[in-house]
Design a protein around this ligand. Structure first.
Ligand code: 5AD
Ligand code: SF4
Length: 472
């Protein structure tokens, strides 16, 4: 048996290590960064393999498919790791959804916590260290608090997330999020701006504001609405790019488009999930808007001075979706002209109203519709991406593809622009480079460097410049 340390803990008696595996959306990825930061602050060291970790954490997603089965399958694989002093925790949406059932099915798990309870992690860790079992963080979904931690361990030194809202009160009839992430709550504009300034000082130049319904941000101190906090983050000195995700059409205002037009650091990209092009399906989905209402928001975006790229999420095969309904989704894609579409087959989720809807669409039809939609969208993108040919676009350098001899850049529109350079030194990761587009593909652009790279001052200050590579 390991000795008990001064705090009476089992884990605290040795150098404490943890391993974390993360699935799901950007919110989940960022939650893991906060969990990692909190654990490090509590004296834990992250390791990259589950075998050598004292604490194995699994941050789960339950948005689609057979998420629960997948989690239990993975936990089954963890079983072989069971050993003295080794502890297991399940976090995230499946943890919240399945709750204490996880202890029944995987008795070696000691901690089960949904995202609304992560702010209690230090206390839960202490109980874990004291040898307690069956620790849960499941009852906080009605909280007003956000998981606001100063210890966030961001995985990329240049691009980083800031959560501005958590949870969701929309209750779309297909979606599990309101049940797993709890009620909608916003951080204060002050705390968001403090975090943005701190990140700018640390060398971050690209910030993504996050929330399940990011644009329903409602400042608890009443100072700013969403368009205002967006613009205010864009005006923080040192910040060059600000993105936001995910927006709900219901809360999408013209003021957001005006802010993008007015503040150059706000990126030329809006992700506005439509889910379906049929007003009848939208009604059954409880989306609270019609096709026409959505298209009006799109017309605001199209009338902006800047070329704002539009992307969306679509669900095919929702119960009751007819061929004619589906066709409306396909025509909507043509009408809008999305630069990218994330399309999913409808997947029934536990506890949601849609799960008991009777007119289900067969898996075969769902698959056919998905394919038709993706094929059509590919044509649309092929045509749309040609608009960039010959233009000079600024990219942020993200890395290098050694095999293809290309530098990987990201545009303000969130497109990948792979480029080559005639300069003797490759641009540094995190620098900004003008690139002339020489070719467009349906999903990315190709180009060549068209001017000097600019390394932002805060990036230069960073202790470890990343990725300075000299060409042979
Ligand atoms: N089935 C299929 N897709 C879903 N999404 C959310 N819930 C479901 C579901 N039950 C999709 C929506 C959402 C994206 C994150 O995942 O398109 O915008
Ligand atoms: Fe998945 Fe939704 Fe949870 Fe994100 S919030 S991890 S998408 S279920």
């Amino acid at each position: 048996m390991p000795e008990r340390g001064a705090t009476g803990g089992i884990l605290s008696s040795v150098a404490k290590t943890f391993y974390i595996e993360t699935f799901g959306c950007q919110m989940n990825a960022h939650d893991s960064e906060k969990v990692i930061g909190t654990l490090q602050h509590e004296g834990y060291t992250q390791v990259t393999d589950e075998d050598s970790a004292d604490l194995v954490l699994y941050n789960t997603c339950s948005i689609r498919d057979k998420a629960e089965q997948k989690v239990f399958h993975r936990l089954n694989e963890y079983k072989r790791l069971q050993g003295e002093g080794k502890r297991f925790g399940v976090l995230g949406c499946v943890a919240q959804q399945e709750g204490e059932k996880i202890f029944e099915k995987a008795p070696f798990v000691s901690l089960v916590s949904g995202s609304a309870s992560y702010r209690n992690l230090p206390e839960m860790l202490r109980r874990l260290e004291a040898g307690e079992n069956r620790i849960t963080g499941l009852d906080d979904r009605q909280t007003d608090e956000t998981f606001d931690t100063e210890f966030t361990a961001r995985s990329n030194p240049h691009r980083g997330y800031i959560t501005i809202t958590e949870g969701c009160d929309k209750f779309c009839s297909y979606c599990v999020v309101p049940y797993t992430r709890g009620k909608e709550r916003s951080r204060t504009s002050e705390s968001v701006l403090t975090e943005a300034r701190r990140m700018a000082d640390a060398g971050f130049t690209d910030i993504q504001l996050l929330g399940q319904n990011v644009n329903s941000f409602s400042d608890p101190i009443g100072k700013m609405n969403f368009a205002e906090i967006l613009a205010a983050v864009g005006e923080v000195p040192g910040i060059r790019r600000v993105r936001f995700t995910t927006s709900h059409p219901r809360h999408f205002t013209k003021q957001i488009v005006d802010a993008i037009d007015a503040v150059p650091t706000l990126c030329d990209h809006i992700h506005l999930p439509v889910q379906s092009g049929s007003s009848a399906v939208l009604k059954a989905m409880q989306r609270e808007y019609t096709r026409e209402w959505y298209l009006e928001r799109i017309s605001w975006i199209k009338s902006a001075k800047r070329d704002i790229s539009m992307t969306t999420d679509i669900i095919v095969g929702f119960p009751g979706e007819t061929d004619a309904d589906f066709e409306e989704t396909v025509t909507l894609c043509g009408e809008v002209g999305y630069d990218s579409v994330f399309a999913f087959k409808y997947s029934p989720r536990p506890n949601t109203p849609a799960v008991s809807m009777s007119e289900t669409v067969s898996e075969e039809v769902k698959s056919q519709r998905l394919q038709v939609l993706l094929d059509r969208q590919r044509e649309i993108q092929r045509a749309l991406y040609t608009r960039h040919e010959g233009k000079v676009i600024e990219v942020m350098v993200e890395g290098f593809n050694q095999q293809r001899g290309q530098i990987i850049g990201r545009t303000s529109q969130n497109k990948t622009l792979n480029f080559t350079t005639a300069q003797p030194v490759l641009p540094q990761i995190g620098s900004y480079v003008p690139v002339r587009v020489t070719k467009s593909l349906p999903n990315s652009l190709v180009g060549e460097q068209a001017g000097d790279a600019e390394v932002p001052a805060a990036v230069l200050k960073q202790a470890q410049p990343v990725g300075l590579v000299v060409l042979q």
